[in-house]
Structure formats: C-alpha cells, structure tokens
Design a protein around this ligand. Structure first.
Ligand SMILES: [Zn+2]
Length: 222
C-alpha cells in the first residue's frame, strides 16, 4: 500500500481514519513524539542522546528527527505501509523527508489533506461534551451523539463538561496557526502532484471509502 502523509486541522477526524487504516490495512502509525520516545529507548549513542534531550526538555533538532524517522520507516512494522502524522511539520522538514526517501530509494506515496468546513469544525469542537466520570464523548449539535438528558451521561449518569479550550476563540487560534504552518507544505506537495484533498464533512464511512479509493488508484505520481 502507498505510504501516507496525513495533514488535517485538529477536529477534522484524522485520528479516526488513521485508526481505521491501521486496523484494516495494518498501516504503522508514526508520530514524531512517539518515534523519538521509541528511539530513545534503544541503548546506543543516538538513543542516549535523544533520551537526554527529552528528559531535559530540549528541542530535538531536525537532523535527529530525520535519523529517527529513517530508522522507523525501515523497520518491519512499516513494510505494509505507514502513516506519517505530525511530520513533516514545515517546509524544511518536507524537504528533509524527501532526502531520506531518496537515500532509501523509497516512494513518498500520497499526501492526504483532510479538510472540513469551518462551520462544521466549530460545531464539532464547541458542541463537544465529555463525561467527568467515564470519559464518554457527546456532541450537543449532533442528534446522533447528543445525550438523552442535557448535561448527563447516557452510559453512567455522570455529569458532562466542556473542555476549557473547546471554545471559539481558542479554536480560531488553533486553525489560524495550523494554516500558517501547513499552507507551504500543501503547496509543496501540490506541485509534486501527490496531494489529495478529502472533505471530511460527510459521514465517516463515506470519507473512509474516499480515502481507500485514493490508496487503490494509480493516478498519484510517486
Ligand atoms: Zn459517563
């Protein structure tokens, strides 16, 4: 299967689809934080270096992130394909990743840009309510996910609360930051002809089918 770089604003459902791809096609899910922690656990020179940085809260430089990525994508669990989540984070990293792939003779695969209309994102985030006792998640703007009784968990009767950063102002800031950082990467991959945009506003099954269609088609230049 094609490797995937997953780009999406928080709340667009990236986690849901990454999980489905993992379950159905055995993709490895790679996030930078996870692989750095994983690499830090290997008792060699690089592992020790990364561990020291993480333990001391030092920002891990790109060349070390690249080494960790290179290590990870050559492991057996990535043979069936992998999803990069949260990497590349900027244009410099996108170019660095190209160099890694060139060196390994691997293909980039496809970049899936998951989009969501702002109004719907707002509903998903601002309507979110969480049970204080069991952690069940509801949405007061969605009939399917609304609690039967306002403010009360269907499952355990616990009280529902809204997370502090699930408000419009915090959401707008997150969205703005996301686009500032991601726009150049989107343009970069668009020019390469590997970018596929998927609108995640329909129901998850439909969106997932669309993602599967992209993975099965050959019209993406590798
Ligand atoms: Zn509950």
């Amino acid at each position: 299967m094609k490797n995937i770089i997953f780009l999406a604003v928080q709340g667009a459902g990236k986690g849901t689809f990454a999980k489905k791809l993992k379950e159905k096609y055995h993709y490895a899910h790679i996030s930078t934080g996870d692989i750095l922690r994983e690499r830090a656990a290997v008792e060699d020179e690089l592992g020790t270096k990364i561990k020291n940085m993480i333990d001391n809260g030092i920002f891990v430089p790109n060349d070390i992130i690249y080494e960790a990525i290179e290590y990870k994508i050559t492991q057996p669990e990535c043979e069936k394909g992998y999803i990069l989540d949260g990497f590349p984070r900027n244009l410099e990293q996108a170019k660095g990743y190209d160099e890694i792939l060139n060196k390994l003779g691997k293909e980039l695969g496809v970049v899936i840009n998951l989009t969501i209309p702002n109004e719907l994102l707002k509903q998903r985030i601002i309507g979110r309510r969480i049970c204080r006792d069991c952690g069940a998640i509801y949405n007061i703007y969605n009939d399917e996910f609304k609690p039967k009784v306002d403010g009360v968990c269907d499952k355990c009767g616990g009280k529902l609360y809204q997370r502090e950063d699930d408000n419009e102002e915090a959401m707008n800031t997150r969205v703005k930051t996301y686009f500032e950082v991601t726009e150049p990467i989107i343009d970069y991959y668009k020019e390469k002809g590997v970018l596929k945009t998927v609108d995640s506003s329909s129901n998850p099954e439909t969106v997932f089918k669309e993602i599967e269609k992209i993975l099965e088609s050959d019209d993406v230049n590798n």
